[in-house]
Design a binder for this molecule. Structure first.
Ligand code: AMP
Ligand code: MG
Length: 432
């Protein structure tokens, strides 16, 4: 059994980003930038008015002064107006400043009198003018490789004239839920059976990461069905298996993976809930094509990503996928949830080109409303609610207790032997 930290480190060392691709801005929300980007335009691109009002020469503008209005400058066209001291041009928000003008006086601060205005305020140079490049200069970095693309990032890219952005690869995931006792929701249940709930949990968590779930299967605990389901599953970038990774006679996932040629890098981690967690991988052999092997024989070859289905990867992007990463999560719903957040999520984000700083959960501090002690030898993730700056546990803490999890929004990590007293400040991981 290895520590939680070691398991995460091992997984993240093994996982490599998928080839980057270029997509339209509308498809890039919550993806990660595939490259550094710099501003190609200053922002604003030209000196312009911050208000509806009058463009003026500040040196000729004192309270009570009369100015002659010589033209009108709307947004969107340059009327080529030039003004001199004693003159003004009607101007609107975002319109380019007329030549000679160095300030704008708000329309609320003047009295209009035919072709003239009377100033009700003093005016200083630069008043209500947005200077070219004051927000952003040309060549300034606007997006770092691996940074998450947010709504405002997309707006910034659009304002720079970009219609597309290069992002990390699309992670294609298969889920296989194992267990003879599992029944699809919507059907009539018999005594001893339970409704299958982990696949919808995992699909939803994957959707929050922007991964694409291509296949979801339920599979009984028999060797033949599992072998076939796993064979289908390993055609994807990531295979997540729920259940069957423990030590009972029906837990045949590990041996079945080994029989399919997978390597098991991690099995059993000092984490509660979630001890039987498994991580492995499989390289996918392909039939050599004439191009890859002129003789028609060739040495061992590995499958490229299914590019027909996707965008062509950008040149110079990360190496092509050579197989499938496999995560075996314990079947108990809370264990599946916790191990997904601690191990699968960072791995999936890394495959999507997220930088190291983007891999962890959102963290907040809170005052504990309970006394807690971890007397075990495994890291314990306590579920609870973060509310009004406080943390309190909800429901039962066993790994089957899905109701408590459904009422929670935060995890508190307790190291082995660690105690938390009511009233102390703790760090929480948030997932909502
Ligand atoms: P396992 O890890 O296969 O030993 O399963 C542990 C517990 O989790 C058992 O009580 C299972 O019934 C339950 N379980 C396993 N898979 C699922 C699932 N997909 N949905 C809900 N509960 C499950
Ligand atoms: Mg099972």
């Amino acid at each position: 059994m290895i520590s939680e930290e070691e398991a995460r480190r091992k997984i993240l060392e093994t996982i490599q980003p998928l080839p980057a691709r270029t997509v339209s801005l509308s498809r890039a929300l919550d993806c990660f930038s595939g490259r550094d980007l710099v501003a190609r335009l200053p922002m604003p691109g030209f000196d312009n008015s911050a208000m509806d009002g009058y463009a003026v020469v500040a040196s000729s503008c004192r309270t009570g002064e009369r100015l002659r209005v010589i033209g009108e400058q709307p947004a969107g066209v340059d009327r080529g107006i030039r003004i001199s001291p004693g003159e003004a041009a009607r101007i609107f928000t975002g319109a380019p400043m007329p030549v000679g003008a160095d300030a704008v006086v708000m329309q609320e601060d003047i009295t209009r009198d035919g072709d003239e205005i009377v100033l009700n305020v003093d005016v200083n140079p630069g008043d209500f003018v947005r200077q070219r490049g004051c927000d952003l200069t040309e060549g300034q970095k606007i997006l770092s490789k691996g940074e998450r693309i947010r709504a405002a990032t997309l707006a910034l890219l659009a304002s720079q004239g970009f219609s597309e952005v290069t992002i990390g690869g699309e992670v294609d995931v298969a889920i296989v839920s194992t267990g003879d006792e599992l029944l699809k929701p919507g059907t009539k249940i018999k005594h001893g059976q339970i409704y299958e709930s982990n696949s919808v949990l995992l699909q939803s968590l994957l959707r929050c990461c922007n991964a694409t779930v291509q296949s979801v299967e339920n599979c009984p605990d028999d060797q033949h069905s599992l072998t076939e389901a796993l064979k289908r599953g390993i055609r994807h970038d990531v295979l997540i298996i729920s259940g069957g990774v423990s030590v009972g006679e029906h837990d045949i996932v590990k041996s079945t993976l080994l029989s399919l040629g997978a390597s098991i890098d991690i099995w059993r981690v000092a984490i509660k809930p979630g001890k039987p967690f498994l991580f492995g991988r499989v390289a996918i052999p392909i039939v050599p094509s004439p191009q890859s092997s002129p003789s028609g024989r060739g040495g061992p070859a590995f499958a490229k990503p299914r590019l027909g289905r996707r965008e062509v990867p950008d040149e110079g992007s990360a190496a092509s996928r050579i197989g499938c990463f496999i995560f075996g999560l314990p079947g108990n719903p809370v264990s599946a949830f916790v191990t997904f957040l601690q191990f699968v999520r960072p791995a999936v984000l890394k495959m999507m080109s997220a930088s190291d700083g983007e891999l962890g959960p959102t963290k907040v501090t809170a005052e504990s409303d309970v006394d807690l002690h971890n007397e075990g030898e495994r890291v314990h993730y306590v579920r609870g609610r973060f509310e009004d700056g406080k943390f309190l546990t909800v429901g039962r803490q066993e790994s089957h207790a899905l109701f408590g999890l459904s009422q929670s929004n935060a995890l508190l990590r307790l190291a082995p032997g660690e105690s938390v007293k009511k009233g102390v400040v703790v760090e929480l991981q948030l997932w909502d």
